[in-house]
Design a protein around this ligand. Structure first.
Ligand SMILES: *Cc1c(COP(=O)(O)O)cnc(C)c1O
Length: 369
């Protein structure tokens, strides 16, 4: 048999794509770095876990049900979302996390030669899926740490199919207010899809922060992404969704693989939606931790970028990858920002006080030497 000619089998955009390397499991990391406990402050998870009602659903899942396929289109969860937001259930498409619905949207609208437009320093999955699908990702530099609406419109051409706007932005915490988002939607008109990723919307309490859901009836080219991974503490079950006008969601549904969302996730998500108290408690935790960290970091003359969402960014007087390793050996895991094109920055999840104190203590140690 002749040797496998892998290079010639792979399209050039796959050959040149650098795959993302996820972090190892906690016990592996603790062995590797020699620490006896580990605070994970790298993924913006909710330290309070899922709401109690969702925890109860998970606890009561009857094991033999694992043999059965789940609802292929998250039937009851979509009904619940429809009731909650006063919309047709057909206007919701649930996926295996927002990560999966990003891929659905791109596959539904883009072909070779098309492009998507987003920011250069934002959630990277929009860019990655476009790039390894052979599409052009046009990355517009942030302006004052925020998405640059004018710059994005300037990059639009006849092959632009989707704009991705992360609102508020991960990792900078900036957001477009209602007027700015409306102006952008008007300017794009029906020429392209505008996705607004609201992964952190439940943490935002600003008066002028737009609820994308409330704009859907006016703008049929608007698509809103929401996830159960952040506020609702269900990141491990992988569930998120998109919503938009019926024709747009119908189009995206053609490019979706059914049965990708497991039964426990569907039921836990539905239960989580009802718990308003969990949202309030989580917001309070984030508010307190942000105030605590802002004060501690200011006292150490460290520059921060702190906005909306359950995280903030810190500029360090050393390489972020070196800081990562040093913090890891002290049992604190943060996110390096070089990959987000913010060299020497780290992003820290706003978590419980104990974790915040451990982080500050570890930071003091690594900055001393
Ligand atoms: C965490 C995050 C997501 C990923 O959500 P999943 O539902 O866990 O795939 C999507 N968008 C942004 C901006 C995020 O920070």
């Amino acid at each position: 048999m002749s040797p496998l000619s892998l290079e010639s089998l792979m399209p050039p955009y796959i050959r040149s794509f650098e795959p993302y390397v996820p972090s190892r499991p906690d016990d592996e990391l603790m062995r590797l770095y020699g620490c006896s406990r580990l605070f994970r402050l790298n993924n913006n998870e909710n330290a309070l876990g899922p709401p109690p009602a969702a925890q109860e659903v998970i606890r009561r899942f009857v094991p033999p049900r694992a043999a059965l396929y789940p609802s292929g289109d998250s039937f009851y969860l979509r009904r619940k979302l429809a009731d909650r937001y006063g919309k047709d259930p057909e206007r919701f498409l649930v996926g295996n996390g927002v990560n999966e619905v990003i891929a659905f949207a791109i596959k539904a609208f883009c072909e070779a030669g098309d492009n998507i437009v987003t920011a250069d320093r934002t959630f990277a999955v929009y860019e990655w899926v476009a790039t390894f699908s052979g599409l052009e990702a046009r990355l517009v530099p942030l302006r004052d740490y925020a998405f640059d609406d004018r710059g994005m419109l300037e990059r639009m051409d006849g092959r632009t199919k989707i704009f991705f706007v992360c609102n508020p932005n991960n990792p900078t915490g900036t957001y477009w207010g209602r007027d700015r988002l409306r102006r952008f939607l008007e300017a794009v008109g029906g020429r392209a899809i505008v996705v607004v990723d609201e992964a952190y919307c439940e943490f935002v309490e600003r008066e002028d922060y737009p609820d994308g859901m409330s704009l859907l009836d006016e703008y049929p080219h608007l698509v809103v992404f929401r996830t159960f991974s952040k506020m609702y503490g269900l990141a491990g079950l992988r569930i998120g969704y998109l919503t938009g006008s019926l024709p747009v969601v119908d189009a995206i549904r053609r490019a979706c693989v059914v049965y990708s969302v497991n039964a426990v996730a569907q039921e836990a998500a539905a239960a989580a939606l009802d718990d308003g108290n969990h949202v309030l408690k989580s917001r309070r935790l984030v508010w307190e931790s942000r105030a605590y960290l802002e004060k501690e970091l200011a006292a150490r003359n460290l520059a921060i970028v702190s906005g909306e969402g359950n995280f903030l960014m810190i500029r360090l007087p050393m390489s972020d990858t070196l800081a990562y390793r040093k913090l890891m050996s002290r049992g604190v895991m943060v996110r390096t920002m070089t990959g987000f094109r913010f060299p020497n920055f780290i992003r820290v999840t706003l978590s419980v006080r104990e974790a915040m104190e451990a982080f500050v203590a570890a930071l003091d140690e690594i900055l001393k030497r």
